[in-house]
Design a protein. Structure first.
Length: 399
């Protein structure tokens, strides 16, 4: 559901987090900088190598108490970088992000490329320069990469946020509260569907599935195990089916995916990505089924949420109806707003930095979503059940 304006979305978020602005005013940046100090921010992108994902180049513009000091982009010439820097509101620009980090010493860094091939190197360099991180999803290519980045952040007292915007969408926050208050009774099952477009299968699972796996964990906690059937042109995948995609996100396999996850309290979940189901499913997202009703999330930068109470079968069939679950103070009219969705993440991240808590869209949550993708791949390859956390932290398809 879409906020009527960016400011309305921000007010909704601040209300949800119980006065984040007041908390921010009392804190410090890792015990070093008072909350009133202007924080130095920088953006790392790479035009032609994943470009900039979902507005992450402009996340610092117009944020009170933040100055965008520089942008780095090795894929653009000097003229193009100047335009990119102007769009981001950056005072200076560089071809080499390591040089930028060394000279500018930013306290905040946005790692903006959609491609994940350089996320690990960029994150480690930014952490080494003392910066807190906001990264595009998928967070890293493998659990092993995520482990190293998170351990480094913990050791240096840095905070990581990942651009899983739906976790903080007002409609999803409202749904979480409503389910906790008994909207659908006891949560029993979650069924999720990828976008199931030309990327259906392994690529869809990694690129868009991470959003859905993040939401699964929001509602059901950590998964305990996974089983999966992953097909490539009708046969169960083998390592020989590994291939690259149009964007460097690591190897993928399969054009059809069906996975099952087991959560605590008897909650089961499925994830499906099959292009032949796209028309039937209609919209990517998930359905949460409880003992007294169901809720459905139509995934998007500003997701729409619906609820349904079962009517029961009669001789005439059923009359179940999905009705919008209206979110207080949030309008369903108007355009979708990437800026508003990203701003909620930034506000929460800055508050987490200043108060010492974990961000809602944390690096750990981002890493867990990637691990669920790797669990599907590993289970599909072995045609077996795999436990989570994964013992093998590398990529199942790596040669």
């Amino acid at each position: 559901m879409v906020a009527s304006t960016s400011s309305a979305s921000r007010r909704e978020f601040l209300a949800i987090t119980a006065g984040a602005a007041a908390a921010a005013a009392m804190g410090s940046v890792s015990g070093a900088a008072p909350a009133t100090e202007v924080l130095r921010a920088a953006v790392i992108g790479h035009t032609g190598r994943g470009d900039y994902g979902h507005g992450l180049d402009v996340v610092f513009k117009d944020v009170p108490g933040v100055e965008v000091v520089a942008l780095a982009d090795a894929g653009a010439d000097d003229s193009a970088r100047a335009k990119l820097a102007a769009r981001a509101g950056a005072a200076r620009h560089y071809a080499d992000y390591r040089q930028m980090l060394s000279k500018e010493r930013p306290q905040l860094v946005s790692i903006a490329p959609r491609w994940t091939d350089q996320h690990h190197a960029m994150a480690m360099a930014a952490l080494g320069a003392g910066a807190h991180l906001l990264t595009e999803k998928p967070f890293m290519r493998t659990p092993a990469e995520a482990d190293e980045v998170i351990a480094t952040a913990d050791r240096t007292g840095r905070k990581i946020a990942v651009a899983h915007q739906m976790r903080l969408a007002p409609s999803v926050v409202h749904l979480k509260r409503a389910i906790d208050d008994g909207l659908i009774g006891d949560l029993l099952q979650i069924d999720a569907w990828g976008k199931q477009d030309a990327r259906a299968g392994g690529e869809d699972t990694l690129v868009l599935g991470t959003h859905l796996f993040d939401l699964m964990r929001l509602f059901a906690g950590d998964p305990r195990w996974c089983t999966a059937r992953v097909l490539q042109k009708g046969h169960d995948i083998t390592p020989a089916d590994a291939h690259a995609t149009g964007e460097d996100i690591g190897p993928v396999a399969g054009d059809e995916v069906f996975a099952q996850f087991a959560f605590d309290r008897g909650v089961n979940a499925t994830f499906t990505s099959r292009s032949r189901l796209r028309e039937q499913v209609g919209h990517w997202g998930m359905e949460l089924t409880g003992s007294k009703g169901s809720a459905r999330i139509l995934a998007d930068i500003e997701p729409r949420v619906f609820a349904m109470k079962p009517s029961g079968w009669t001789d005439a069939g059923r009359t179940d109806a999905w009705v919008p679950l209206n979110t207080p103070n949030v309008s369903t009219e108007g355009p979708k707003s990437t800026d508003a969705a990203n701003r909620r993440i930034v506000d929460d991240w800055l508050d987490a930095i200043r108060t010492g808590r974990e961000p809602a869209c944390s690096g750990r949550n981002g890493a867990a979503a990637v691990e669920m993708v790797m669990a599907i791949c590993r289970a599909g390859l072995g045609q077996t059940r795999v436990s989570i956390p994964l013992k093998e932290r590398g990529h199942p398809l790596a040669k």
